[in-house]
Design a binder for this molecule. Structure first.
Ligand code: ATP
Ligand code: MG
Length: 180
């Protein structure tokens, strides 16, 4: 499994539709300060289910919608689609390519899709659980996260290893079953 493409419309500084192709060999995104590099990772974390506006560097979820500029009016909708290559069937879906889409309106309403089919946020979170790609997973390490991991309690640190080993999913299911 690998990231193939990221389509962004109306998310933060990306007013126009931007399609980023992660062709083989792409290993870094460079650009001047404030050009939108971090907004790309914010878009990836958001589409994977990030619910905290603060961790997306905003005060409220609405702040992720393009707020307008000197020459452009604000937009009322933000949409991000992340497309993954799933030829190796790493994700448990019978598709060669898997896309997840998240859309938010200024009214606060949200929509989620897996391969263009409407779904719940929970379905997206479940799909990526133990894949290493979830919003809290080890493939996205934010600034300050290393420090946080090193200084965390052993039990908290274990969660990262459990996700990497692919057992977190079963632990969560067991816990849920025990609560019933
Ligand atoms: P640095 O090199 O400093 O880390 P960067 O390339 O990571 O910079 P970002 O933090 O991704 O830059 O982008 C910041 C820009 O995004 C700012 O100019 C900010 O005004 C713009 N921005 C953030 N949210 C919105 C929004 N809702 N609408 C319009 N622009 C936004
Ligand atoms: Mg940055």
């Amino acid at each position: 499994m690998f990231l193939k493409r990221l389509d962004i419309i109306g998310f933060k500084s990306f007013a126009d539709r931007v399609s980023i192709e992660f062709v083989p060999g792409v290993t870094a995104v460079v650009g001047p300060n404030g050009s939108g590099k971090s907004n790309i990772t914010d878009a990836i974390r958001w589409v994977l289910g990030e619910q905290s506006a603060k961790s997306l560097r905003g005060a409220k979820m609405e702040d992720i919608i393009f707020a307008g500029s000197d020459s452009r009016k604000p937009l009322n909708i933000a949409e991000v689609t992340l497309t993954l290559d799933n030829e190796d069937q790493f994700l448990p879906l019978d598709y060669q390519e898997v896309s997840v889409t998240r859309r938010v309106y200024r009214s606060g309403e949200s929509e989620f899709f897996i391969n263009q089919q409407p779904c719940r946020l929970k379905d997206i979170i479940d799909l990526f659980m133990d894949s290493g790609l979830g919003k809290e997973a080890f493939s996205i390490i934010g600034q300050g996260r290393i420090e946080e991991i090193l200084s965390s309690k052993p039990e908290e640190r274990r969660t990262i290893f459990e996700e990497a080993a692919g057992v977190l999913k079963y632990k969560i299911r067991k816990k849920k079953a025990e609560q019933k």
